[in-house]
Design a protein around this ligand. Structure first.
Ligand SMILES: [Zn+2]
Length: 229
């Protein structure tokens, strides 16, 4: 029996959670709320360096993700290790997420908005869609998985979902105080934001989070589409 968590962040690749929610995670963890990450793919295609081998990149990215999670106070990181660019909306993947939801019983789940239109990484779209389906109805309903019931994994009802990357966000969080921590967490992902791969990281992030806070009475925001269940 694992200790239930307040927040489960389900991220397609190592680094997406930092871009999406790393300014909000420190507030939860400082309030004593347990946060865990589920990283769906190993990110082994996320490079433009022809000399970088995919299995080596996957190892590097796990280390980077663990460093970022540690800095943010995340309790645990679960790596599902699906190959990058391979996610599909399958019964197997859905069940994998349902199992974790029933094991960890999060109140809040944070993931990628599957309904961002046109150019959106397929793994992001699939992760968001499969997670939403896993939350409702599959994790919640008693008869969805008789075999999980037999394992003692009872139905679980998530209370709130926050989707990052939402075209029309309806929920903003104040990340002004945690902005430096977010930047530091992102810098842990050296294979993604190091060198010239993401010039002016801090400046560009500040601009983006300032724009997201334009209707708020604070300086910097993360923005989500929030669903209450
Ligand atoms: Zn991604």
């Amino acid at each position: 029996m694992v200790k239930p968590v307040h927040v489960m962040v389900i991220t397609p690749h190592p680094d997406d959670a930092e871009f999406g929610v790393a300014g909000t995670v420190p507030r939860w963890t400082s309030e004593g709320k347990d946060v865990i990450y589920v990283v769906c793919t190993n990110g082994d295609k996320g490079t433009s360096d022809p000399n970088m081998k995919p299995d080596e990149l996957a190892r590097i990215r796990e280390k980077e993700q663990l460093a970022a999670a540690k800095l943010l106070g995340v309790r645990e990181v679960i790596f599902l290790r699906h190959p990058d660019q391979s996610l599909e909306d399958t019964p197997e993947f859905r069940k994998e997420i349902v199992r974790l939801l029933r094991m960890y019983k999060p109140e809040t789940v944070v993931t990628a908005d599957p309904y961002r239109r046109y150019v959106w990484h397929r793994d992001h779209r699939i992760t968001g869609q499969v997670t939403l389906d896993a939350i409702f109805p599959y994790a919640r309903d008693f008869h969805s998985y008789p075999d999980l019931l037999e394992e003692g994994l009872l139905p679980h009802a998530v209370k709130q979902v926050l989707l990052w990357g939402a075209p029309e966000p309806n929920y903003h969080t104040d990340i002004t105080a945690a902005f430096a921590t977010k930047v530091a967490a992102l810098r842990c992902h050296k294979s993604q934001v190091g060198g010239n791969s993401f010039p002016r990281l801090e400046e560009r992030l500040r601009e983006r989070h300032k724009a997201l806070a334009q209707d708020e009475d604070y300086e910097l925001a993360e923005a989500f589409y929030r669903i209450e269940l």
